[in-house]
Design a protein around this ligand. Sequence first.
Ligand SMILES: NC(=O)c1ccc[n+]([C@@H]2O[C@H](COP(=O)([O-])OP(=O)(O)OC[C@H]3O[C@@H](n4cnc5c(N)ncnc54)[C@H](OP(=O)(O)O)[C@@H]3O)[C@@H](O)[C@H]2O)c1
Length: 303
Amino acid sequence: MARVRIGQGPNILNKAMKVLVAGKGQLAWELGRTAPQNVELHIHDRDELDITDAEAVRQLVGQLRPDVIINAAAYTNVDGAEADKAAAWAVNCTGVENLCLAAKEFDCYLLHISTDFVFGGRAAVPYLPDAATAPLGVYGASKFAGEQAVSRVLAGNWAIIRTAWVYSSFGNNFVKTMIRLMQQKPQLSIISDQIGSPTWANTLALTCWQAVAERLQGIHHCTNEGVASWYDFAVAIQELALQKKLLEKPIPVLPIPTEAYPTPAERPRYSVMNKQSLLEALPSAPKLHWRAALSEMLDEPFC
Ligand SMILES: NC(=O)c1ccc[n+]([C@@H]2O[C@H](COP(=O)([O-])OP(=O)(O)OC[C@H]3O[C@@H](n4cnc5c(N)ncnc54)[C@H](OP(=O)(O)O)[C@@H]3O)[C@@H](O)[C@H]2O)c1
C-alpha cells in the first residue's frame, strides 16, 4: 500500500489538499520530502498504480478523490525506448491519457512533467515553451505525445513543466554514475558537444509545489540556472566531489564529440530551455545555478 503522509515543508498553500503522485522515482522522492505542510500526500509506485491500466487509474482516483494529480511517472530509459517502443508509448502517452481522463472525470488539477527531448536540438538560443518540437527518438516522441494528450483531453486546469538533465541523491543518474566511475576508472571521456541545463530534482519538486499552489496553467520550462555540456558537468562533479571528500584523487576527464560515443537514441545537441514564462507565473520558484544545486545535492547522503 502507498504510504500516506502529511507534508512538512513551508506552508505555501492557502487550503489543505490531497495530492496523488504517480511514480516513485527521483522527482517523486523529492516531492515527498518537500511537500508543503497542508498537503496529504499519496505517492504510488508502479506496483501500486500502473498508469497504463486505465481502469486502475480511474478506480484509484475515484476512491481517493485528490485535488491534484502530479504525474512523476515515466518511461525514462532513453536508449531502452528505441528497443521497446511499445513500452515507452504505453507509459509516456497512454498512461498520461489515462491520468487525464481520470482528472477530467473527478475534477482534479493535473501537473504533468515533460522533457527537453521534445526538441530537436538545432537551436542556438534557449527554446521557448511554444517553440517547434522535433523529437529525435522514441522517448522524446512518446513524451511529446503525452503532452498532446494533456491538451487534447483536458480543457483547462492543467500544466506541463518540461525539465532536463535531472539528478537527485535518490535513484540512478549521471551524477551518481560519474562518482562511481571516477572511483573505478583511470580516466573518463565525456561528451562535450551536447549542451543543456543540469537540474536537481529538488529544485523541480519545489517548483512543482509552487505550481500547485498557484494553479499554474499551460506549458512552461524548469531547469536550474546556467548551461553546461556533459563534459562541463562531469568536471564540476569531480571538482566538488573531491572538495567534499567523496573522491580521494582526481582522474583525467577528457572531452569527446558525440560521434565518439554512439548510443541507440540520438540526443539533442542543444536543449537549453527558456524559463521566463515560469518565472513570471511563479515568482517564488527557486532560482539556483546548476553548480550551487549540485553542491547542495553532494552534501546529502545518497540513497
Ligand atoms: N531523468 C531525467 O534526466 C529527465 C530529464 C527530462 C525530463 N524528465 C522527466 O521528469 C519526470 C520525472 O523523471 P524522474 O527522473 O523522476 O524519473 P525516474 O527516476 O526514472 O522515475 C520514473 C518513475 O516512473 C515509474 N513508472 C514507470 N512506468 C510506470 C507505470 N507504468 N506506472 C507507474 N509508474 C511507472 C518508475 O517506476 P520503476 O522504477 O518501477 O520503473 C519510476 O518510479 C519524467 O516525466 C521524466 O520524463 C526526466
